[in-house]
Design a binder for this molecule. Sequence first.
Ligand SMILES: NC(=O)c1ccc[n+]([C@@H]2O[C@H](COP(=O)([O-])OP(=O)(O)OC[C@H]3O[C@@H](n4cnc5c(N)ncnc54)[C@H](OP(=O)(O)O)[C@@H]3O)[C@@H](O)[C@H]2O)c1
Length: 331
Amino acid sequence: MESIEFKAFVVEEKDGAFSGQIINRRVDDLPDNDLLVKVHYSSLNYKDALSATGNKGVTREYPHTPGIDAAGTVVNDASGKFNENEPVIVTSYDLGMNTDGGFGQYIRVPSEWAVKLPEGMTMKESMLFGTAGFTAGMSVMRLIETVKPEDGNIAVSGATGGVGALSIGILSKLGYAVSAISGKEQERDFLLELGAQEVLPRQDFEEENKRPMLKAAFAGVIDTVGGNILGNLIKSTRPMGLVTCCGNVASPNLDLTVFPFILRGVSLIGIDSQNCPMSQREIVWKKLAGEWMPNNLQGLSNEISQAELSHSIDLMLGGNLKGRTVVNLEM
Ligand SMILES: NC(=O)c1ccc[n+]([C@@H]2O[C@H](COP(=O)([O-])OP(=O)(O)OC[C@H]3O[C@@H](n4cnc5c(N)ncnc54)[C@H](OP(=O)(O)O)[C@@H]3O)[C@@H](O)[C@H]2O)c1
């Protein structure tokens, strides 16, 4: 057992520059945790791109194997929670940040980080969702508690990205009309096929606007980018509407007055998938495997091998990826 050798995409730091390459590692070099998983699929998330390019807020020490998502089969579990060969999903916690992640063919993690693969979902589908889809699921869960389909359109920013695209797929499955906000005019058809009712240009929302409130246009918002776009969307939310906020691709800053909150009763909800409690995590995964599964999930996916990771990471950092990138560890 201890002598298993496997391939991992490892990022190294040399003279302040970071680059990833595939090297052979051994299972006995993995962290000393109770659950050993053979990884079949992983996926690429924005945080992985940051980890792979030396963002010390994500990963403190290198060499490092990124990959905040993994789906695979249990090799052994010293805790006794999982059986051998049982399919499991491991996302977030510290996976791929400062713990060797899913861009390697094996991970060893605390068993409390793993969720049994829900019925009705394949390992590949689970990584088509991955942390991005799980975050979309958490955002939708918070939104639909307050906003109903008849209340009006839901704006989704970063629409062609992982969280955005999956939010659109889930919301349209649930009967909501979605206004997709995207910087990619050429992906209009992709967004309409996903279920968006309309596609709005990102530049209409990017300008800083000092007015405390704008015309109320949306019943709810799932924002994945932050900055002026989030600010303008909060100002454009209808009375008693709800806005979720999960990302900072555009900017971590948010310049606002209190007026949307005290004059329109708008709620701003932060989404943190990393620290989501296990009880809620299991509910979201079950929903994603069932009634929330978008009709055209496969159409969102681009499958790559470990060897193609560096190229896809560059595309992601340039904002040029669309949908979800699934990493097949057996390719
Ligand atoms: N809080 C959490 O738990 C959590 C979990 C997962 C992800 N996140 C965060 O959520 C964000 C989105 O993640 P993701 O996986 O969906 O990333 P992604 O796949 O890279 O998508 C981001 C999308 O944002 C848009 N975009 C890119 N650059 C932009 C810019 N400069 N200004 C405005 N929009 C821009 C692009 O969509 P368009 O071209 O269509 O506009 C892009 O496809 C990231 O910040 C990520 O770290 C947070």
